[in-house]
Design a protein around this ligand. Structure first.
Ligand SMILES: *Cc1c(COP(=O)(O)O)cnc(C)c1O
Length: 383
């Protein structure tokens, strides 16, 4: 039996256990502690732009606190990219606010700036109010057209919460994803660019924002010797143990990025020119994706087989692949939410497949994936 090739497994670099051990040795087995401070500093220097990073228990928690900091309240509308993982949109509902979904454009697969503007104007016309925040996503690591998004957002004075959960190490015009919006979000879940076994971060522009995020993340405790509370808080801070893993992972972040980009290049080299297959690529040099996941779209008429046909063949050969994200406006849980779309994300969901992309993949693994795809093409295309 062949060993299974997985979509996106975490890789340990060897420095993680030392930081965790130190936490044990110094009795810092708690939320907060030196590893949390150290991990935040590491991320700040990696991202640049003089940002303040707050380490949290998950990317979802970071999105939740981000919306809170931007003043989102029950009854408000928040615009969210429809083509994404549910975690981008769920925190809108946590706050009792209402998601409004906007489709993607075909170049980056992320929020369409023209549709965003149309949505903003239509919400104002229909409800008398502007949406309270905008959540664009750098899906699969590909930078969103943030220049255009920020321009539209500033025209209507709406803050932007940038979901960079999949985009640690991606840059747009040389600037790190996560630092492009008013606030940014990272995830360190097991399948992301680096792992803390589960964790996330909120990227802030000011120290005051970061302090506020930490306040809400630790049960909103007021200044007093006893426990005094004047606001609802959360238990969202990252633990010192998890942050130790994160500090260790920072040693291999650049390696992980280079490896995922190299895997993407291999898929591109081997699969370009095959009828009906298209490996997702960046629209220009300015969009420097970490290629968290390499994605493929399959035009069944040209290819002679569908996305699902290929997925099942790969699976039978012990290779995990996965359909692209199902758009939020098609999810039962968000039925009835307003949506502004032109069919782009629906088509991507129908035609697209994520290929194994983790840094643990060997060249031989990638070859096995490519060979399986090429053999399947040969059968259907008679070449
Ligand atoms: C993973 C992910 C999140 C959530 O991060 P968690 O750390 O798993 O809570 C949010 N948005 C996107 C686009 C993601 O891929």
């Amino acid at each position: 039996m062949k060993e299974r090739i997985w979509l996106s497994l975490a890789r340990m670099g060897g420095h993680e256990q030392a930081f965790v051990q130190e936490a044990f040795d110094t009795n810092w087995v708690v939320p907060l502690g030196p590893n949390v401070d150290g991990f935040e500093k590491d991320l700040e220097s990696f991202l640049g732009e003089d940002r303040q990073v707050v380490a949290l228990s998950s990317g979802t928690a970071a999105l939740h606190l981000g919306l809170l900091l931007l003043g989102v309240e029950a009854g408000d509308e928040v615009i969210c990219q429809s083509f994404t993982f549910a975690a981008s949109a769920n925190p809108i509902s946590y706050l009792g606010a209402k998601p409004v979904f906007v489709d993607s454009e075909a170049d980056t697969w992320n929020m369409d700036p023209a549709l965003l503007e149309a949505a903003i104007c239509d919400r104002k016309a229909k409800t008398g109010k502007y949406p309270k925040a905008i959540i664009p996503v750098h899906l699969y690591g590909m930078p969103t057209q943030m220049e255009e998004i920020m321009e539209v957002a500033s025209r209507y004075n709406i803050p932007v919460l940038e979901d960079a959960a999949e985009a640690l190490g991606s840059t747009l015009n040389g600037q790190a994803c996560g630092t492009l919006g008013d606030l940014g979000v990272l995830s360190f879940n097991g399948n992301k660019m680096i792992t803390t076994s589960g964790g996330g971060a909120l990227i802030c522009r000011t120290k005051a924002q970061a302090e506020k995020a930490k306040f809400y993340a630790t049960q909103a405790r007021d200044q007093a010797a006893h426990y005094e509370h004047s606001q609802i808080g959360y238990n969202y801070r990252m633990s010192n143990i998890c942050a130790g893993v994160g500090r260790g992972q920072m040693f291999i972040l650049k390696d992980n990025i280079a490896r995922r980009q190299a895997i993407h290049k291999q898929y591109q080299q081997w699969l370009t020119g095959i009828p009906g297959l298209q490996v997702m690529d960046r629209p220009s040099e300015a969009f420097d994706s970490n290629f968290w996941l390499s994605c493929l779209t399959i035009d069944p008429e040209q290819a002679g087989f569908s996305r699902e046909d290929l997925r099942l063949v790969l699976d039978a050969q012990q290779i995990e692949s996965r359909p692209l994200w199902k758009p939020m406006h098609l999810q039962p849980v968000f039925a009835g939410a307003p949506v502004y779309e032109r069919g782009v994300s629906e088509q991507l969901f129908e035609l697209g497949l994520c290929l194994p992309s983790g840094p643990v993949l060997t060249d031989a693994d990638v070859e096995r994936v490519v060979k399986t795809i090429l053999e399947f093409c040969a059968v259907h295309q008679g070449v």
